[in-house]
Design a protein. Sequence first.
Length: 482
Amino acid sequence: MEDNKECIEVTWRIENYNFSESSIQSPSFIINSVESTSCFLEIVPKSVLRNDHIAFLAQRKVGDSFGIHFIVSFFTDDSSTPVYKGDFGIISNLLISSACYVPHSEIYAKEKGTFLPPKTLTIHCRIFGTRDYFSGLSQCFARTRIEVMRTAFFGFAEDFSHLIPNEKKHLMIKSFSTEEQLFNLNLSLGGNLCCKEKVRFEIVPLKKDYIKYCACKLFLLDCDGKKIECGRNEITFCEREPQKWEFPLYFTKDYLMRKNSQFLPDDTLTLKCEFAFSTGIGYEGIEDSDFGNLAFVNKIQTKFPSALEELTCLYKEGVLCDIILQTETEAFKAHKIILSARSSVFKTMFTTDMREKTTDCVIIEDLDADTVRRMVLYLYSDTLEDLDWKKAQSLYFAADKYNIENLKRLCSSFLKSSLQSFNCCDFLILADRHNDEDLKKSVQEYIANSREEIFHSDQWTNLEKSNPELSVETFRAVYLGN
């Protein structure tokens, strides 16, 4: 039957498949306009009938009583060779649906004893009729994209040493995002004898109907701002599930207390929380076909790519670029019109008789490649990824140099939320050099609240030697209020 050229070939691509735990349906398509027969495909990542299996279903919505046969192949990510092939059929009008079950071991990669679903799953389905159902070979391409959001923020557990079993401590959240808070976070200690000192992390979603599936990674931040992974988990939110999500961290309270100088400055535990979660189907539709007069029943596209997404795509693909930003180690292609719209400095470069206008190249000697990459990505997309306080310092310098006010403001906010005794002097110098009185005032207020520790630190001693005027100014601000 595979050699029979009278069939319909449907290719269904599911993007961000690894963020789906519930069933996904393809757009519907009419396979016989005369008989008004329409079908759709459905995949259930975790079958309830067979453990560790995918359930793949073909369903006939409306139509005749004749049988239909399916041959299906599965491809993961960008592979060109199928990882699984199978066949099944809908044999009569007594049956409107038929399914095949695929073991996770056939399709998912195995890592540390766990099967991990692919980011992209492509299903190629050949549909045959039991009579002269199709005239020749026809093809179509359908695409479904699961919408995935990412966010990161810091959680602070003050007075950590006072945490006792079966008592919850609410984490104070400081986020770099301007969006509303999606979670409440709590810490507690395990209550049984074997793990009474195990630190447990509790997540309470504030928008349970908005978040469908969520993956979380947690990091301890030590006194130098270094990230150490301390936990990860994932959950699917549904009405049957409890309203909270709890799992243990890798470290015990006893371990953290013994390492208090490293992990508990001022008796405060600092966690960085990275969340990636799906909010449902972001896009679905049939994008290409050669079915002639056959009509397709497309579901409504729930979200179109935004202008920022399209611009970011142009930048990442290097389409129609007309300027190069050259650092010491790497070159970045970009568009003059975008850079000019976001930065008055770039606008002046490209519209006046400056070297950059004629050479189509901007030489950047005082910024590293990573900082320039982050700056350009922000200019196109208004997003910042995986920021820490050291990267934020460099990005703040870049934003000030090129007069990107909103980026400078965001970096300043991030630095304020990242203030610690070991970095406050660095932030103070940065604010002073860039005449940022708002940031300087915030740093001086932080120093005032921790003055005993900071004024006796090596960082403060170094500041007094390298910048005595600034240290005196700050000392007066702390003790005299001026």
